[in-house]
Design a binder for this molecule. Structure first.
Ligand SMILES: NC(=O)c1ccc[n+]([C@@H]2O[C@H](COP(=O)([O-])OP(=O)(O)OC[C@H]3O[C@@H](n4cnc5c(N)ncnc54)[C@H](O)[C@@H]3O)[C@@H](O)[C@H]2O)c1
Length: 269
């Protein structure tokens, strides 16, 4: 018996990286998983992500574990596409218990994205995929979870949403992630009376392909050992984050809502 037997989870941005790890973990707990991504083969972009794959897609990996999953290609920054994605999940399984609104990330180089040099198109893109994408997903699942009088929503901020970077880079991303965190507190207030929890995670530096090959090299002082800034003296793994997602999506967190947990090993930014 898995803790999430009978439950249906939607994980956005699950083609690679952290989202893939959340999808695999929730599937391992017995949930049926809607694996969503703007590109379900996004792992092909980075060697490290490609090498981590044990099958040709996250869906295939879950099926190989004996789980049930569907893949849905969807841009979370497009509200009509998000509604269609959630409609597809409902058509397939008739319920939706868990949303992990993970799709997002930064774009551009930290050194080019300080607060006074934000390119409008890049700002639009990053706020769209992170903040708007999260809101559109919550808009779509909210009525369903209210009717079920059950639901667990996990939103994804970042340590960049808790405090600014030392060099001021990635200001667009930090602002979008701070907004997600505060939006989650509003979600919790609205949805609490329906028995729905909404919590947020704020990962630190987690070793995904994108972070290791684009973000760190594009930062000022990118060649410095980042683990020196972390109390636990190591960078995070996708599993470190998946464990906290397990907490927020199972009964372990039934009386916890509107909270944020930093998963950063005790990082000083
Ligand atoms: N890795 C870290 O250190 C770190 C730290 C803090 C927060 N985060 C957050 O965790 C989440 C996952 O990060 P990651 O490192 O795994 O990123 P990643 O870039 O490896 O994976 C993100 C996935 O989201 C998908 N995606 C991008 N835009 C999308 C869109 N508009 N619609 C649907 N899917 C889209 C991508 O195709 C990709 O598969 C992001 O929200 C990121 O901001 C990551």
């Amino acid at each position: 018996m898995g803790k999430l037997d009978g439950k249906v989870a939607l994980v956005t941005g699950a083609g690679r990286g952290l989202g893939r790890a959340y999808a695999l973990r929730l599937a391992g707990l017995g949930a049926k998983i809607a694996v969503s991504d703007i590109d379900l083969r996004s792992y092909e972009e980075f060697d490290a992500e490609r090498q981590a794959m044990t099958a040709e897609s996250t869906v295939a990996e879950i099926e190989a574990m004996g789980g049930e999953a569907i893949g849905i290609q969807c841009d979370v920054a497009d509200p009509a596409a998000v509604d269609a994605m959630v409609g597809q999940v409902m058509q397939r399984w008739g319920r939706l218990d868990i949303l992990v609104a993970n799709a997002g990330g930064g774009r551009g180089r930290p050194m080019d994205t300080t607060a006074t040099q934000l390119d409008p198109a890049l700002l639009q893109l990053v706020v769209g995929m992170n903040l708007y994408g999260t809101v559109y997903c919550c808009n779509a699942v909210g009525p369903i979870m209210k009717q079920q009088r059950y639901g667990k929503i996990v939103t994804v901020s970042s340590v960049a949403g808790l405090s600014p970077s030392r060099d001021g880079g990635y200001a667009h991303y930090g602002a979008a992630k701070a907004a997600i965190l505060h939006y989650t507190r509003y979600l919790a207030q609205e949805l609490g009376p329906y028995g729905i929890t909404a919590n947020c995670i704020a990962p630190g530096t987690i070793q995904t392909g994108r972070i290791m090959s684009t973000v760190i090299p594009g930062s000022i002082g990118g060649n410095q050992d980042r683990s020196e800034r972390v109390a636990l003296r190591r960078l995070g793994t996708v599993e470190d984050c998946a464990k906290v997602v397990e907490f927020f999506t199972t009964d372990l967190s039934d009386y916890v809502t509107g909270q944020v947990i930093a998963i950063d090993g005790g990082m000083m930014r």
